[in-house]
Ligand binder design. Structure first.
Ligand SMILES: Nc1nc2c(ncn2[C@@H]2O[C@H](COP(=O)(O)OP(=O)(O)O)[C@@H](O)[C@H]2O)c(=O)[nH]1
Ligand SMILES: [Mg+2]
Length: 273
């Protein structure tokens, strides 16, 4: 798993580095998680969009609800933004390379930066785009300071560290943790899991847990009792038969974030659920 960057200092530095670079770039590609394209937008992009075109990759398509992804893609298209949805575990990016080519002047390769919050798939996308045999390049006059460039398949690309908005509120971090983009351990695994239980119940999505683990739809129990039922079902017990709530919480959050509970999208275009 990649490093999560938490500090406002990184945000300021990331912003500075990218603004310095933006004049040298043909396009910025912002990677967002297809399960929550608004929540996982990058805090760095708004300012940069004024100086450089921005295209969007919705990653983890395989984990998202297909109809919701189609609606998100139409929404981007309507607002004139190039957007592609990809399963980066089986990436098909030839069409993206073709669509990117016109952004560069004809005498050289396309120069781009891949940005996004932690764990959305920036590195996977960059590897797919420039190809496995790409070389990390140094010494490009005027454009190398402090960042790594990769060259391959007619593209010169810079990866960037994942940066979360330091001003993001607790609810945002909670939801980002369900997607593996914010550290659940830092927020508190049980809090993250209880938030997820509450969300799945409220949105009528408990069926994904029932189908996977056979934990029936809860009646009017408190969220904590529901999480206990999950723990009991999964055998997360401490001696004496008491449920190990922390272990149950981790199992639930990990399963959800890795898509083992099925394809769930948290947000529809035009507003958060
Ligand atoms: N299922 C699935 N997992 C993905 C996809 N893209 C990235 N991942 C996983 O997400 C994690 C983070 O990917 P990485 O490229 O390192 O993210 P970065 O922090 O944004 O550079 C890795 O465990 C990847 O295997 C995808 O399209 N589908
Ligand atoms: Mg990375």
């Amino acid at each position: 798993m990649s490093r999560t960057v938490w500090y406002p200092g990184h945000m300021a530095k990331g912003k500075r580095t990218l603004s310095e670079l933006s004049g040298k770039l043909d396009i910025i590609i912002e990677v967002r998680d297809a399960r929550a394209p608004a929540l996982t937008s990058s805090p760095l992009v708004d300012d940069l969009a004024r100086v450089c075109p921005v295209a969007v990759v919705l990653s983890k398509r395989d984990l998202a609800d297909e109809r919701a992804t189609a609606r998100w893609l139409s929404c981007f298209e309507e607002s004139g933004v190039c957007a592609w949805a990809l399963n980066l575990l089986k990436p098909k990016v030839d069409h993206i390379r073709r669509e990117l080519a016109p952004f560069a002047p004809s005498h050289r390769e396309v120069r781009l930066a891949v940005v996004g919050i932690p764990n959305v798939g920036k590195s996977m996308f960059l590897n797919a785009l420039v190809g496995r045999s790409s070389a990390k390049v140094g010494g490009i006059p005027g454009i190398t300071r402090g960042v790594s460039w990769y060259r391959g398949r007619g593209i010169l690309a810079v990866d960037s560290p994942g940066i979360l908005d330091p001003k993001a509120d607790a609810e945002t971090h909670l939801r980002l943790a369900w997607l593996g983009c914010s550290k659940a351990e830092v927020i508190g695994m049980e809090r993250v899991a209880l938030g997820l239980v509450s969300y799945l119940r409220r949105e009528g999505l408990w069926g994904v847990v029932e189908e996977k683990w056979g934990v029936p739809a809860p009646g009017d129990q408190a969220d904590q009792e529901v999480l206990e039922a999950v723990g009991r079902r999964l055998g997360c017990l401490v001696p004496g038969g008491v449920v190990d709530l922390a272990a149950a919480a981790k199992r639930l959050v990990d399963a959800f974030s890795m898509g083992r509970l099925g394809q769930v999208t948290l947000e529809a275009p035009g507003g958060r659920s």
